[in-house]
Design a protein around this ligand. Sequence first.
Ligand code: SF4
Length: 416
Amino acid sequence: MDAVDKLRFLNQQTLLEPAEEAESAARPAGWVDPHRRAPCGHSPAALRAAFDSGPQAPALKSSLVRKPSALGIHQAALPGGGRLALLKTMLTSACERNCYYCPFRAGRNYRRATFKPDEMAQVFTQIAAGGAANGLFLSSGVAGGGARTQDRLLDTIDILRAKHHFGGYVHLKLMPGVERDQVRRAMQLSDRVSINLEAPTTARLQRLAPQKVFVEELLQPLRWVDEIRRGEAPRGAFKGRWPSVVTQFVVGAVGEDDLEILTASSYLLRQLRLARVYYSAFRPVPQTPLEALPAENPWREHRLYQASFLLRDYGFDLEDLPFTPAGRLPLEVDPKLGWAAANLTERPVELNRADRPTLLRVPGIGPKSADTLLQARRRGRLRDLRDLQQLGINANRAAPYILLDGRAPNHQPRLF
Ligand code: SF4
């Protein structure tokens, strides 16, 4: 197999988590299951032709940038608002661990593909030069131990940065068992680093991935990232700053409740300053110990994202979230709407006087629109729902829970 065929082959096998911000942000309305792949339509031969032909194949190249390709190129939204075409791939799909949910687990019978570091750096450089991707998300199965695997990942990015002078976006995975100096080196080379906790506690992880050690192998690297960011100047960092850090949980495979997941998320977001926690609703993979389990309801994943954003950006605490006695978020109600219905229906918020934390409790008002509203208040009073709409606020959503100049605004009640 040549390098392009290997990328294509890996992409057929790979269910890497949503990288950066794109997928979950798009879920509420026309949500597309990220585990269902859009067919590409570009053959490996056509891709090779595009890469080999330099700038003479603009139509094919621009179509590659628009679509997730057979190589694993995805459109991703960046935290600052930009977008990029991100090649999401692995250095190897061989793995010596046996995580119960994972298609790459040891002993599963299928063909594996492996890149050498310089080979991966070379093929990505070709893809980037052809205009099909301008960012790299690189993960790997564990082969020869976590530290040795991490060395190969680091070598790949080192070659990409130093030899091929790639200055674009890199999201690099940390392997279970990574060492502290390797974490620092990964931080120097990357825009984002991540390691997946997979489960919220040691006991839950034991049932999901018995060869992984929750605190020492998975949580400790996240703590090191935070220590390094707090305690060391980003000397030697490729872009002169430390990267962001994220993690992911598998949801719904081992009986964990939402309170457990969000308790862990709250710690990660507030104490270790993660940029984001991802949630991946469990889906059974054939030939794995969990293959007979039903898939988790994707709405649970969506509610966890909503609750996580309330913890991260809206000043909500765990106690504010409407958990059921079983520790689950109700699937049928947005947690912010649930809180507002219980707390603001009888005590609506006067938008002409409320401070920012109070504004953020109102459905339809987010961090950006709260700031816009505060600025608008310096210019004059807010009198009706049209004033709110002009500020980008979802006025109908906010209306049942607000006052404008002491009066409840007229609005069309929602029937559903
Ligand atoms: S270590 Fe990673 S690649 Fe290997 S089986 Fe576990 S989740 Fe899969």
